[in-house]
Design a protein around this ligand. Structure first.
Ligand SMILES: [Ca+2]
Ligand SMILES: [Ca+2]
Ligand SMILES: [Ca+2]
Length: 593
């Protein structure tokens, strides 16, 4: 191929960007699936089942009762169309088979044979495919709960070589379950050198991405590993990467992952490869080890999403490990529960970037209600509020908990920390919780690995040793409302009248909107929520410049005397109206760059 002499060689980055954005314009083959079809792997009822359709994609030819519309080569980038309905899996059987000469004997080195088999159990996706539903409220893929049906996860992106790009859109994934007992491994052999596939038998209640590579489990009997790497004896990545020789990606748009369980990592989703998601809801999933909602070991970007009410041992909402970057923009993580890191748990190799996001009411029954990390984190315009931790050690934190052994820092700018408390035990009343000591910042050990970039607000003095730059405020009542629908795709904590967060942030060039899509002012509010200046002005009865809204550094808020709102309306009503407005406007978010 001829190349123009002066043409610059594309960098690896630009090639990667090209690959990411050069979406295929034509599908190879299109199959419409019938929700009333029996979950069969061969022809019989005259209807194309989801399983038959997946087998067709894998084979690159019609399987069972499916008949594809083929525009290009079958089996390269096909589309499965799933009209509204419930697609119920019933075909039991397990493909990743554990083989051990001495089951349950920790002295033996267990081996695993893996044969991805989409005819039974989970639907193994071996080729690039788009799975398109009629919307998360209309199209559901689930496992049968009937007696005699031994459930498995729903989807397994499971290729040892090649490139497999899977896109899911407009679906709900529910009732998946991975079960450790089915691989005949006793608790005495759950650590040591084991093939990754062992984990993939257990990991990912609804979806697992990635096979291959060997990994080493931390020995849960050695307490040192638990203390340095976070809660839960779990694995460390092998040198060749979790995805082995394959390039796997998963894209999810407007997908709900709810009510799934893993007797391992990733109650909802386990990913060892790149995940990109928007409009994602991950709720009420359960993992017996790490990542109640999502276990992440890849470079992941999630925008406009909710991760709530998931439960695990480490990282109730989201657990991040490996050497990866995780970008969250417009994500609310709430009501999740774990031993360590109720909302998010991040390990040492991970860089977490949170923008316009909310961590609320998560519980770390031991430590770290909101964010628990010994890796790097960059927080901008984030609200961390009302998270709870069990630990009452003098240095422990509930909003953010870091590790002194880590050289990585949590950097913060325009971050609002409010009413994160420790000493919590299950069953406490609201009155008892309100009486607990506040611990927005803290550390397992003495040094707080947090670095301010200014313009943060903490309702208590626990962050004061590090939040001491221009614009930082400590020990001020943040005056936030309850987590609720204030417009936008996820729940947020609104700022109330008189909040010291109002107009007290510093603008960032790449952040034009708040979590809801509301435009940011020139002097933005601290945290994920922006109250429009016009609303502040309307709530102010006559004073043009309200110095009570100024930040401690003097970055004040100049109100608009020409605001078009009735000054007689209470600020809260106006805030609600603003929320309704936000919900309807076209949104263009800042990016986590
Ligand atoms: Ca059929
Ligand atoms: Ca299978
Ligand atoms: Ca499988």
């Amino acid at each position: 191929m001829k190349t123009p002499a002066r043409r610059l060689l594309p960098s690896a980055l630009s090639l990667a960007l090209l690959a990411a954005f050069a979406a295929p314009t034509a599908f190879a083959a299109s199959i419409t699936v019938d929700p009333s079809a029996l979950d069969a792997a061969v022809a019989g009822d005259g209807k194309c089942s989801l399983r038959e359709a997946v087998l067709s994609v894998n084979a690159g030819a019609n399987v069972g009762d499916c008949v594809a519309t083929v525009l290009e080569a079958y089996g390269s980038n096909d589309t499965l169309n799933l009209p509204a309905g419930v697609y119920t899996l019933t075909r039991i059987g397990f493909d990743e088979t554990f083989v051990d000469a001495q089951p349950g004997n920790s002295a033996a080195v267990p081996t695993v044979s893996n044969v991805a088999d989409a005819t039974v159990g989970d639907l193994d996706l071996l080729k690039s495919v788009k799975i398109i539903g009629a919307g998360a409220g209309s199209t559901t893929i689930t496992w049968s709960s009937d007696a005699g049906v031994t459930r498995d996860r729903l989807f397994h992106i499971n290729a040892a070589t090649g490139t497999v790009a899977v896109s899911m859109q407009g679906l709900t994934l529910s009732n998946g379950l991975t079960q450790e007992s089915l691989i005949k491994v006793g608790p005495t052999s759950t650590f040591g050198i084991l093939p990754t596939l062992y984990y993939l038998r257990r990991a990912g209640g609804a979806v697992a991405v990635g096979p291959a590579a060997s990994v080493v489990l931390a020995d849960p009997n050695k307490t040192g590993q638990a203390s340095s790497e976070g809660r839960g004896g779990s694995k460390k990545p092998g040198t060749t990467g979790e995805e082995g020789g394959a390039t796997l990606t998963l894209e999810m748009k407007q997908v709900t992952v709810t009510g799934n369980s893993a007797q391992g990592d990733g109650g909802g989703i386990y990913t060892a490869a790149a995940l990109t998601a928007s409009g994602l809801l991950v709720s009420s999933n359960n993992a017996s080890t790490n990542g109640g909602g999502i276990y992440n070991e890849g470079n992941t970007t999630i925008n406009d999403a909710t991760i709530r009410d998931n439960v695990s041992e480490g990282g109730g909402g989201f657990f991040a490990t490996g050497s990866n970057t995780v970008n969250f923009s417009g994500v609310t993580i709430s009501g999740n529960k774990a031993v360590g890191g109720g909302g998010i748990s991040g390990r040492s190799g991970v860089t977490l970037r949170l923008l316009n996001s909310t961590l609320s009411a998560n519980v770390g029954s031991d430590t770290g209600g909101g964010l628990y990390t010994n890796g790097a984190a960059e927080l901008r315009f984030v609200t961390i509020a009302r998270n709870l931790a069990g630990a009452d050690a003098s240095t422990a934190g509930s909003g953010i908990n870091t590790f002194p052994s880590s050289s990585k820092l949590v950097t913060m700018k325009n971050v609002l920390l409010s009413d994160n408390r420790k000493g919590y035990t299950d069953g406490m009343s609201a009155t008892e919780i309100a009486a607990l000591p506040s611990a927005n910042c803290g550390s397992t050990g003495s040094s707080l690995n947090v670095s301010s970039r200014g313009y943060n607000l903490s309702s208590d003095g626990s962050c004061q040793s590090v939040l001491n730059l221009a614009g930082d405020q400590n020990s001020k009542d943040a005056k936030i409302g309850d987590l609720g629908d204030n417009g936008g795709p996820a729940l947020t904590h609104p700022l109330l009248a008189g909040s010291p967060a109002l107009g007290a942030g510093q603008a960032e060039a790449d952040v034009n909107v708040d979590q809801r899509g509301q435009a940011r002012d020139a002097t933005p509010d601290i945290g994920a929520y922006e109250l429009p200046t016009a609303v502040i002005a309307a709530a102010d009865t006559g004073t043009v410049t309200d110095t009570s809204l100024s930040s401690s550094s003097g970055g004040g808020c100049t109100v608009n005397p020409n605001a078009g709102f009735d000054p007689g309306l209470p600020a809260l009503v106006l805030a609600a109206l603003a929320g309704l407005f936000v919900r309807r406007r076209a949104r263009g978010k800042g990016t986590t760059t």
